[in-house]
Design a protein around this ligand. Structure first.
Ligand SMILES: *Cc1c(COP(=O)(O)O)cnc(C)c1O
Length: 723
């Protein structure tokens, strides 16, 4: 019997089209990406292709016709799973009994416009580089979960951030791969009259155009501006092709598009935000366009319009180093903001003063963070410690105030539990937690039940995840070695003694130098003694990209990757190439310990360690960023005492000592201290403490609830509440 005839017999002709349409409807909303059963559904269609297409369901489905898909679904008995997933998505989209419905009703009429230069939602949509993007992605997902009306505004980078490969000498090579738009969950955004939305921006050197894409993330819509349109000069068509590529001029043009273009796009689509949330300074120009609109609307003065916009705006700063903030010259500002300034009827000096700490200092460039702070009534840092640092850093903006009265509060970052939690762990929680625990993930009581879980069950689950991580690492390293032209024999050997029963410590993040990826390697002999202890061995997994222009960062990578050739570290230190959301997810779900050793106080928050908590891993970290407020002596490990020396070399030497001591005296002994059943009781106890005290606090559900209470609701005219 022919395929389609067979299928028609089973499901009717209508069934064939329906199965296909339902799969596409699911694939077009990134909601699928945090539903483990739906991820499994796509994987089951073709496990090999699923991996090859980078877990991208659209790319996978494009390889099927309605008939071939329906045949495959019959073969694997997927119909009821497809129907179930589709029904759950529809229920999710129409459910109005959300947290925001009860607690943030005032937002109902006008959404929050959330601006960010990057969004890290899933590995198959590569428009992020690191923590800032993943934070934005998690913010959007939790807003969807909580029912907070929010629209995201970002840029579509057709070549994304680079793919990383190491050459045979261990040096990073960067490759930019163009995404095919028809392989991504993007559709053209439309204006109310059904036309494709386009944005026009005037500059002194010509017009800049952009089209707008729409991405569905659960109940939230994300809009992405894309300069690759006809009518733009060839160099402008490339403007949004790469994330953090190019020079100052590229940067200001991208930021013009994001901020001014973003507000224009919303206006063109008939979206009138009740509040603006600027996630980092890149989008601060949005305030200027919002002021222009406000003036146009009511004919009020610049000052009055600026006050109104500021009342509706929240600015989040992420960078505790002065050099990390975007600054632009007079010339670049005049070239790009000149026409907008004309419309605002303010002088060049006036405009420049909005981006200067000292308004009359003509040699001071225009700083995006300063504009963000001046044009928003509310501002926040991303951890308690970062709040202190930010108030000190920007106190000159409020010369009359004491440092404690500087109006920058803090809301500590968190992570989207459903995106980072392993399915096996989720099942353990499902069995042991209150039935509706998922709707209370941001509440403390929800996670207390971990103390009732059988320690053996928790340990076994953790070890299952660790085995999955090792399978992943083996696969990736074999592929890397093959690409580098190394012998299969050589690449297999190190894994013979790569054993999941060995204490495994992970480190994955951008190789920005302040994160000190090489701190562990300051004393190789001491480290070798720790790693090769015959009774209590330790192994390390490293991953991370260095910015293409960061030579020291690239040398760190080389140093670490080449340790595989050092006889003291064969099979002990593994470097996994091309760190992204996928690599991160595998690592945080399977490691015993997550290492974080930034130079304090430069890590504003950090979030990767928060992902580890959910899966039963323990943090071993400098008391910086989120860990400074999270560590209580029994829920992980601290490196040092939360102090730094004015001289970096001394700080680094000391912190390396603290790190070795923590490993030798605390981490290793605790891990290998087993009872008669082979269980590390004290270790498991620490896992439970980590989960019960930290999982809710460092979830993005808690974070978005804080943003709603402290900023979104008051900015939209609701009852005020302070940090
Ligand atoms: C979570 C995450 C980060 C953030 O890492 P930190 O250095 O801990 O802030 C960076 N990159 C990716 C891919 C992530 O998933």
């Amino acid at each position: 019997m022919e395929r389609s005839a067979f299928d028609a017999l089973c499901h009717g002709e209508e069934g064939i089209a329906a199965v296909y349409e339902k799969c596409w409807a699911i694939a077009r909303n990134l909601w699928w990406s945090w539903q483990p059963d739906v991820v499994r559904l796509f994987r089951d269609i073709d496990p090999v292709r699923w991996r090859e297409v980078d877990h991208n369901p659209i790319a996978l489905l494009r390889e099927y016709t309605p008939e071939t898909l329906s045949y495959r679904a019959s073969e694997l008995v997927l119909h009821s799973r497809i129907n179930h997933a589709y029904r759950r998505l529809q229920e999710y989209l129409t459910n109005t009994h959300t947290w925001a419905h009860t607690h943030a009703g005032v937002l109902g009429s006008k959404p929050v416009a959330y601006f960010s230069a990057e969004f890290g939602l899933h590995e198959s949509l590569p428009i992020y580089s690191g923590g800032l993007g993943v934070l934005s992605g998690d913010h959007v997902k939790s807003s969807s979960g909580l029912g907070v009306p929010l629209v995201g505004i970002g840029l579509f980078y057709s070549h994304g951030y680079f793919k990383q490969r190491l050459d045979p000498s261990g040096y990073q090579a960067e490759e930019y791969i163009e995404s095919r738009v028809d392989n991504l969950p993007l559709t053209p955004a439309c204006t109310p009259d059904g036309q494709a939305c386009t944005v026009r921006l005037q500059t002194r050197s010509g017009e800049l155009l952009a089209k707008v894409w729409k991405v569905n993330v659960g109940r939230v819509v994300l809009y992405l501006l894309d300069s690759n349109v006809e009518g733009n000069k060839p160099e402008d068509r490339e403007l949004t092709s790469r994330l953090y590529g190019g020079d100052e001029r590229t940067r200001i043009r991208q930021e013009l598009l994001l901020g001014v273009g973003g507000v224009r796009a919303l206006n063109a689509m008939g979206i009138d935000p009740g509040a603006y949330h600027l996630n980092e300074g890149h989008s601060a120009f949005a305030t200027l366009e919002a002021i222009r609109l406000r003036r146009e609307e009511d004919g009020i003065s610049f000052e009055d319009a600026m006050r109104d916009v500021s009342n509706a705006t929240l600015f989040t700063t992420h960078t505790p180093v002065p050099a990390g903030h975007d600054r632009f010259s007079n010339e670049l500002i005049e070239e790009h903001l000149g026409p907008l300034r004309d419309a605002l009827q303010i002088s060049h000096d006036h405009l420049m003063s909005l981006g200067r700490v000292c308004p009359d200092n003509h040699s001071e460039p225009f700083c995006m963070t300063v504009l963000g702070l001046k044009a928003s009534r509310r501002a926040n840092a991303v951890s308690q410690l970062h709040g202190h640092i930010s108030r000190r850093m920007w106190r000159a903006l409020w010369p009359q105030r004491e440092e404690v009265a500087i109006p920058i509060g803090h809301i500590t970052n968190g992570v989207h539990v459903e995106s980072w939690l392993a399915e096996q762990m989720q099942q353990l929680y499902d069995r042991n937690f209150p039935v509706n625990w998922k709707s209370q993930m941001g509440e403390p009581h929800c996670w207390q039940s971990i103390h009732n879980v059988d320690p053996g069950e928790l340990w076994e689950t953790h070890n299952t995840l660790k085995n999955l991580l090792f399978a992943f690492v083996r696969r990736r390293i074999a592929k890397q070695n093959e690409q580098r032209g190394e012998q299969a024999e050589n690449s297999e050997a190190p894994f013979r003694n790569c054993n999941p029963s060995i204490l495994t410590i992970g480190f994955g993040r951008r190789f920005a130098t302040y994160k000190r990826a090489n701190l562990l390697f300051r004393d190789l002999d001491r480290l070798a003694a720790i790693a090769n202890d015959p009774q209590r061995p330790v192994q390390f997994l490293f991953a991370g990209k260095a910015h293409p222009k960061d030579e020291p960062g690239k040398r760190f990578i080389q140093e670490i990757a080449n340790l595989r050739q050092d006889p003291r570290f064969v099979g002990k230190v593994h470097y996994i190439e091309d760190y992204d959301i996928n690599v991160c997810r595998h690592m945080v779900q399977g490691v015993d310990v997550w290492l974080n050793n930034p130079r304090r106080p430069l890590e504003a928050s950090g979030t990767s360690g928060q992902k580890v908590i959910l899966n039963g891993g323990l943090n071993l970290s400098i008391l910086d960023g989120w860990w400074a407020e999270a560590y209580d002596g029994s829920n992980g490990f601290a490196i040092g005492k939360g102090t730094s020396h004015v001289e970096d070399r001394i700080t680094d030497d000391r912190d390396a000592q603290y790190l070795y001591e923590a490993l030798e005296r605390e981490v290793v002994p605790l891990y290998y201290d087993r009872d008669k059943d082979g269980l590390p009781r004290a270790w498991i106890n620490r896992m439970c403490n980590s989960i019960s005290t930290l999982a809710w606090r460092f979830s993005s559900h808690r974070m978005v609830m804080d943003y709603a209470r402290v900023a979104y609701v008051p900015a939209s005219g609701g009852v005020s509440c302070s940090f």
